[in-house]
Write a protein that binds this ligand. Structure first.
Ligand SMILES: COc1cccc(CC(=N)NC(=O)c2cccnc2OC2CCNCC2)c1
Length: 389
């Protein structure tokens, strides 16, 4: 398959796969900042670049609306991600973020926002090297402007602005295969509200199953079972950071979180991110940690329901509690908060609890990529310790 744009980029090319003579690491060296293109890339005549400030209500709503009408849909076009404004403010403004990496394209005459792409800074460890990267996300071109080759220019522009900050690597995901995935993950989900999922046609009644039998199958206890299981609080940040750093060491690619990152990424935020710890009743030590983020989807073309409330597994660390017991408690909390389903990728140790906790695999892949960094071999999902929102 031809990838006209990606064949011009410093990414692992398909024909290089298996060529063990190519060294692992950056593909191109950094450019002297004076040699980085100083002005934005050219856009087709009717359009102009706009740096999107997602702090003010008005511009945040503009980005939110563009995404909610034009961003990723499932393969059957039944659902479309519906990120909230609060979620975008959280996801796009981590410690050390760059306003200039929140990039929009608008129509010169009407000022209508028609495209968006965003980057945020992150320290990502790749095997033994911690690399300063940009996490690139939310690439969205208005449905009416597709196939005008806007996406390549969005990607080149965010790359240029990342280079201006002296950052030369990036991480991103896509539902499609591009040159060349560092890992290809499967997504699984666990029904929490089977009746709604069947009503909207997301799930089907199993063979020989009635609705009441199905509701019973997915029923969860009303309260969590692990003694000391509670919401994460500010004073837990140091202990949670230690837990996360130690746990993520086992993976080939993982974030290099510090306490500032942990406070931003995991302190609970209503309808954005939820985190829980297990504080041992005896020692008061923090022995386990679990978290999920909230990413609802619009239900396209359903009279009765408009929103699918989905929780997405984020980072989970079990050092004393069995992981499946910890995750069962997470499911119980998600159900208490009226989520309809719980999503997870087969990354880290997630496969160890899928079957027992009644997750089922969906027919989709999420591929992970690094920009300007070659890995000799693709990673198994369980070697990957990175979750992007
Ligand atoms: C149910 O509503 C959907 C609305 C849009 C797309 C999909 C399918 C899909 N593409 N799912 C994922 O990419 C996915 C499945 C499990 C966990 N995380 C995921 O994506 C996350 C991470 C990447 N950025 C988007 C959110 C489902």
């Amino acid at each position: 398959m031809r990838h006209k744009f990606w064949e011009t980029q410093p990414v692992g090319q398909f024909e290089d796969t298996g060529d063990t003579s190519l060294p692992e690491g950056p593909i191109e060296p950094p450019t002297p900042l004076s040699e980085v293109k100083q002005e934005p890339y050219n856009l087709p005549n009717l359009y102009e670049w706009i740096t999107c400030d997602i702090d003010p209500e008005e511009t945040c709503a503009e980005v939110c609306n563009l995404l909610n009408h034009n961003y990723v849909e499932d393969d059957k076009n039944m659902f479309r991600f519906a990120y909230s404004k609060e979620f975008l403010r959280w996801a796009l403004r981590p410690p050390g973020y760059c306003k200039s990496w929140h990039i929009g394209v608008r129509v010169k005459s009407s000022k209508k926002l028609v495209s968006f792409i965003a980057g945020v800074p992150a320290r990502i460890r790749v095997r033994d090297n911690v690399v300063a990267m940009a996490e690139i996300n939310f690439l969205c071109v208005h449905k009416k402007l597709r196939s005008k080759r806007l996406a390549p220019v969005m990607i080149k522009e965010v790359t240029r602005r990342v280079h201006l900050e002296n950052i030369w690597q990036a991480a991103y995901t896509a539902g499609v295969v591009l040159p060349t995935p560092i890992s290809s993950c499967l997504y699984w989900h666990r029904s929490l509200n089977p009746k709604k999922l069947i009503d909207i046609g997301f799930s089907r009644l199993g063979a020989g199953m009635t609705m009441s039998r199905t509701i019973k199958l997915y029923k969860l206890p009303d309260s969590t079972s692990t003694p000391g299981f509670r919401k994460m609080e500010l004073h837990d940040v140091p202990a949670v950071t230690r837990l996360l750093r130690s746990y993520l060491n086992q993976f080939e690619v993982a974030p290099d979180f510090d306490e500032i990152d942990v406070e931003h990424s995991f302190l609970p935020k209503e309808n954005v991110v939820d985190s829980y710890v297990v504080e041992s009743p005896e020692s008061h030590k923090i022995t386990d940690f679990c978290s999920f983020y909230s990413l609802p989807s619009s239900i396209l073309g359903n009279q009765k329901y408009s929103i699918l409330k989905a929780a997405h597994s984020f980072y989970n660390v079990a050092t004393e509690t069995p992981l499946r017991q910890l995750m069962n408690d997470v499911l119980i909390v998600a159900k208490q908060k009226d989520y309809d389903e719980f999503n997870a990728l087969d990354v880290m140790q997630n496969v160890t609890f899928f079957e027992e906790l009644k997750f089922v695999p969906l027919d989709g892949n999420l591929h992970y990529y690094l920009y300007n960094y070659r890995l000799k071999n693709a990673l198994k999902p369980m070697e990957l310790g990175l979750v992007l929102v």
